[in-house]
Write a protein that binds this ligand. Sequence first.
Ligand code: ZN
Length: 260
Amino acid sequence: MQSQVEGIVIRTMPYGETNKIVTLFTKEAGKITCMARGAKKPASRLAAITQVFTHGTFSIYKGRGMGTLQAGDPLESLRHIREDIMSTAYASYVTELIDRLTEQDEPQPVIFDMLYQALHAIDEGYDPEAITLFVEWKMLQQAGLTPTLHQCANCGATEGEFAFSFQELGFLCHRCFHIDRYIIRLSPALVKLIRTFYFVPIERVGSLTLKKESKSLLKQIVRTIYEEKAGIRLKSRKFLEQLERTPEFLPKKEELPKDE
Ligand SMILES: [Zn+2]
């Protein structure tokens, strides 16, 4: 059976001398894995279309077992992601997170849209660290974690000062601070920011300028939730953290190849 899907390449793995196993996140069918025969050969017509972060339409033949990628047409290249090492690292982190938290052959159009929006925003030069935070906070639900962020997780109050509690998985108001010894106190701006990351679609945010310390704290909170509540630690995180720690070794934006 032949099918046509729109998707984004989220992972590839060499298979044998010349083949690649390609994982696509598709609009129609969610995550699917297929064999791209000959795609490792540079001259193959499948070589370009099976690059990670490529968004395109793919023809897949499915008999028994794994499908075979017959052909593909790029819809766009998202090439800026690959030209900038920070963008590549964040985009890899986003795709790995989505890969880890989704099952094969389960249509998830909302996650497809989010992946598409996130990669686009990174490609267009929005702060990749902020875009990654959007994805991390939103994907908590997919990991079975639903933090209480619209009110106090203990008493339901919506007014007052708030702190984040890992124990309660959500906000606590100042009246309830005493029930958790390890709360993280939050300014009203940080409370608002967490709600934005969790509730507001990426495309509705536009350009958001965030302080370095705010991003660090919100990243630390969300990654701790994944680790402690779901046991999830991503491989690409280590690389990302090395880059974040040593920005002086990175090429500056103006030194990167330009294309007009
Ligand atoms: Zn309360």
